[in-house]
Design a binder for this molecule. Structure first.
Ligand code: NAD
Ligand code: UDP
Ligand code: UDP
Length: 328
């Protein structure tokens, strides 16, 4: 179904790398609904064809199993570069591959954008701020990242990708867009994703212990996935050449302990108990975006309340968990 096409109303040829992942599948779905011709390239490391099952029959959607660390020759107008595992458990599983995905992947996609003159957007992250000493984090803060720790493959890979984007912009005049995404959640997360919201909901629904790392006093700010997609599309289709980097996140901050209690209260039948496990190395103590720039430059801010977003996400897991168990 064609809903609306941004810009001059012409369907665009759009490449989404990492399109079979959590955020990528939501983005592909939105772009397909807008009538664009969407090519999803994914090596299925953390993504899954189940996430895009409903799209596989669409005439304007195509899936390609491809690893972005290798060159890719296709003809496109837009590139959304999302390929990269995002959960600490997954990006630390093969850290060398994680850095290659961010760095070689960025070089290949920028090379592709240079040849095709496509506009290219990089899914960067709040992790570029490391364990931040400025609070809330503004885009002009350079961050406090450890270059040699277990999170560095992700943090430094993403920082280097940003460097590459801005160097291709300055050196080769590429039309780039860089978005710094803060913790995002919603339907479509894998039960094995390992990130906190999916972990807590799945544990509560399965009556398993809820694993709080550290004392749970560390904070995060959680953005509902539909709001993120609005922000991504808005930055990509800005008529101005505003490149970012721009924070896209929810400025409401919550401690991990409070999050566990909130989720437990929303699943009243759960018999789960809170337990405390060691805090992972370099786990950031606080994270919260300053979204003044997104408000001013994109007229963007989140609209989904945390209660509404959690209700929808819990609903998703209530529906899909029994099927996941049957498919094991
Ligand atoms: P995800 O793990 O669900 O999706 C990542 C996708 O990339 C998966 O489908 C995976 O198979 C694919 N992929 C990984 N390595 C690849 C490679 N070498 N070649 C091709 N495909 C590859 O994670 P997500 O939450 O959907 O994150 C998507 C993007 O957004 C990532 O770049 C991530 O860094 C960024 N991001 C996400 C968040 C968040 O809270 N979800 C926060 C900040 C940044
Ligand atoms: N590349 C690609 N698809 C293209 C064009 C380039 O994957 O359509 C890759 C290719 O691997 C190349 C990289 O992008 O090495 C960087 O391209 P660029 O033109 O910047 O540099 P060069 O070709 O000189 O290495
Ligand atoms: N966390 C937790 N229990 C879990 C998973 C994560 O307490 O089962 C904590 C983690 O230590 C971190 C926060 O929740 O402080 C967010 O973790 P996540 O992996 O979702 O993303 P991060 O923001 O650390 O990349």
């Amino acid at each position: 179904m064609i809903v609306d096409l941004p810009g001059n109303n012409r369907p665009l040829r759009i490449l989404v790398t990492g399109g079979a992942g959590f955020i990528g599948s939501h983005l592909c779905r939105r772009l397909v609904a807008q009538g664009h011709d969407v090519l999803c390239a994914d090596n299925l490391f953390t993504g899954n064809k189940r996430n895009i099952l409903d799209l596989l029959d669409c005439r304007n959607f195509e899936f390609m199993r491809h690893d972005v660390t290798f060159p890719l020759y296709v003809e496109v107008d837009r590139i959304y570069n999302l390929a990269c595992p995002a959960s600490p458990v997954h990006y630390q599983f093969d850290p060398v591959q994680t850095t290659k995905t961010s760095v070689h992947g960025a070089i290949n996609m920028l090379g592709l954008a240079k040849r095709t003159k496509a506009r290219i957007l990089q899914a960067s992250t709040s992790e570029v701020y490391g364990d931040p000493q400025m609070h809330p984090q503004r885009e002009d803060y350079w961050g406090n990242a450890n270059p040699i720790g277990p999170r560095s493959c992700y943090d430094e890979g993403k920082r280097c990708a940003e460097t590459l984007f801005f160097d291709y912009h300055r050196q080769h005049k590429l039309d780039i867009r860089v978005i710094r995404i803060f913790n995002t959640y919603g339907p479509g997360m894998s039960p094995n994703d390992g990130r906190v919201i999916s972990n807590f909901i799945v544990q509560a629904l399965r009556n398993e212990d809820i694993t709080i790392f550290g004392r749970g006093s560390q904070t995060r700010s959680f953005l509902y996935v539909d709001d993120l997609i609005d922000g991504i599309l808005s930055l990509m289709e800005q008529a101005s050449d505003f490149a970012g980097p721009v924070n896209i996140g929810n400025p409401e901050e919550i401690s991990i302990r409070e999050l566990a209690e909130t989720i437990l209260a929303m699943i009243p039948e759960s018999r789960s108990k809170l337990i405390f496990k060691p805090l992972p190395t370099d786990d950031p103590a606080r994270r919260c975006p300053d979204i003044t720039l997104a408000r001013a430059s994109l007229n963007w801010e989140p609209h989904t309340s945390f209660a509404e977003g959690l209700t929808r996400t819990i609903g998703h897991f209530r529906q899909t968990l029994p099927m996941e168990c049957a498919n094991r």
